[in-house]
Design a protein around this ligand. Structure first.
Ligand code: SAH
Ligand code: F3S
Length: 487
């Protein structure tokens, strides 16, 4: 077997898994091709969070089955959440499938392929690595400017709509030492920005207990959260962020996704206030603006708690932007509940919103609730939500026209110029005669589009000289210092 094609559905976690699959297969001597028609193995890395995933997979496998009829030696594999969720059943119900491999079994792919090489029945490996969690490391030959690094996997929350605890298993954390080493290696190879990944990334605790308590840990200024609950919300995530910032001083930008609002603790807020490397943007899924719906979703916070934490974060980190996830049409969501969601979105002023129609998922508690909001109402609510969030976004982007922004240049844009992101996560396009990829440039914002900005290079374009950054950090940043354009 010499070549493979890989088709990826779903979230950043899956994207990241696909990169690891590519590396594992690459080390086993296989090369990647884009066209399934040219591959000896086609792997579908699936997602089951929302859409009718099995149906989609079925039609994809059907299409590949036609290829297999012409080339019986073609192997078809299924990876990701549908593989984990359905296991043996997939191979039984779709005879074209040769291989089913769960997210924790990616490292076993070469062995499974060797077994399959000799013919024989389909192989299925969907075991969670509960006793000895493995985290596949990035071994990039060409380090991306912006890289993802996993810090934990699985989820211990039980949000009633969500299939992730079923498909990704319980929380397992990666030693801080390993996370830091991986980031240091990536940065040495040219990576400028790292996004830490985890389902509830800010519940992190170091399994080797090598991190001390972070400043702010145990501070409980909350009026909306009971102290005993708030104490249980503390984690070691802020300590991990501080350790990364200290041990990898050449990293330019650090982000994370997705945090759970209940772990937005004072220690994390203090980290945002004091670490220049942390970007001034947080994706903080709220799901609904109705306490009744939040309770039925088992989100473990109410609107007052969410709002209080966001207010603290904003007061500590001026200019920080927030984006969110919203589900419309959760079972029992009334028009009045939905209007509370609109009111919350407006009040918080999210600059980016991912909105989804509720879809009942197998193996989730909410499946037992009647999916009683009609498809028409769900579509209408989603359209209303998007009308509001588009307006908020446009207002936000328009207000940036004329300002100066520091942009990390990630690559070339479709229009032939460059494209990058501000610290607050706005996308900026601009033209330059110089080579800018991988640099931080200072741009004056000239125009706002629907979802992005157009920038112009100012005279003093910076390529992020490292001594300046170190200096910036040594200036014991306060809330005020943090708002100065020093990065
Ligand atoms: N904590 C995870 C959440 C994964 S699911 C993370 O890292 O992002 C991503 C988003 O999909 C959720 O925040 C939620 O808004 C949406 N979602 C999850 N299950 C859903 C369902 N059954 N129907 C509609 N949307 C859903
Ligand atoms: Fe899903 Fe809730 Fe965990 S949305 S990933 S169960 S925090």
């Amino acid at each position: 077997m010499r070549s493979f094609a890989l088709v990826t559905f779903g979230c950043q976690m899956n994207q990241h898994d696909s990169e690891r699959i590519e590396e594992v297969l690459g080390r086993a001597g296989l090369s990647r091709v884009d066209e399934p028609a040219l591959a000896d193995l086609v792997l579908l890395n699936t997602c089951s969070v929302r859409e009718k995933a099995e149906q989609k997979l079925r039609s994809e496998v059907g299409r590949l089955g036609l290829l297999k009829r012409q080339r019986p030696e073609l192997l078809i594999g299924v990876a990701g959440c549908v593989a984990q969720q359905e296991g043996e059943r997939l191979a039984r119900s779709m005879p074209q499938i040769d291989l089913v491999v769960g997210p924790d079994n990616i490292g076993e792919l070469p062995d499974l392929l060797r077994e399959l090489d000799g013919g024989g029945p389909p192989r299925v490996r969907t075991e969670f690595d509960l006793d000895a969690p493995r985290f596949l490391e990035a071994h990039p030959t060409d380090a991306p400017r912006s890289a993802f690094v996993t810090v934990m996997k699985g989820c211990n929350e039980r949000c009633t709509f969500c299939i992730v605890p079923h498909t990704r298993g319980p929380e397992r954390y990666r030693p801080a030492r390993e996370v830091i080493d991986e980031i240091a290696r990536l940065v040495a190879a040219g990576t400028r920005e790292v996004t830490l990944l985890g389902q509830t990334v800010n519940s992190y605790a170091d399994p080797e207990a090598a991190l001390g308590p972070a400043p702010g840990a145990g501070e409980l200024p909350w009026t909306a959260t009971h102290p005993s609950t708030a104490r249980a919300d503390e984690s070691e995530f802020a300590a991990l962020l501080r350790a990364i910032s200290e041990r990898v001083p050449d990293l330019l930008r650090l982000r994370y996704t997705s945090p759970h609002p209940r772990h937005l603790t004072m220690s994390l807020i203090r980290a945002h206030q004091e670490l220049p490397v942390l970007c001034r943007h947080v994706h903080l899924p709220v799901q609904s603006g109705s306490d009744r719906v939040l309770r039925r979703m088992l989100r473990r916070y109410d609107v007052a708690e969410y709002s209080e934490r966001v207010a603290r974060l904003r007061a500590s980190v001026p200019g920080i932007t927030l984006s969110t996830d919203i589900i419309v049409g959760f079972p029992g969501e009334s028009r009045a509940d939905f209007e509370q969601t609109l009111a919350l979105v407006q009040r918080i002023g999210f600059t980016g919103t991912f909105g989804f129609k509720y879809s009942a998922r197998p193996h989730t508690p909410a499946q037992k609730l009647a999916d009683d909001v009609s498809e028409g109402d769900k579509s209408e609510r989603l359209a209303e939500l998007f009308a509001l969030t588009d307006r908020l976004r446009r207002d936000h982007l328009t207000a940036l026209v004329g300002s100066t922004q520091r942009v990390l240049v990630e690559g070339l844009s479709a229009q032939g110029g460059y494209t990058g992101r501000t610290e607050q996560n706005e996308i900026v396009h601009f033209g330059s005669r110089a080579q800018r990829v991988g640099q931080i440039v200072e741009l004056t914002i000239a125009r706002a589009f629907k979802n992005s900005l157009e920038g112009r290079e100012s005279d003093a374009t910076l390529s992020a000289p490292l001594p300046e950054r170190r200096g910036a950090r040594e200036r014991a940043p306060s809330a005020r210092a943090r708002s100065l354009p020093v990065l």
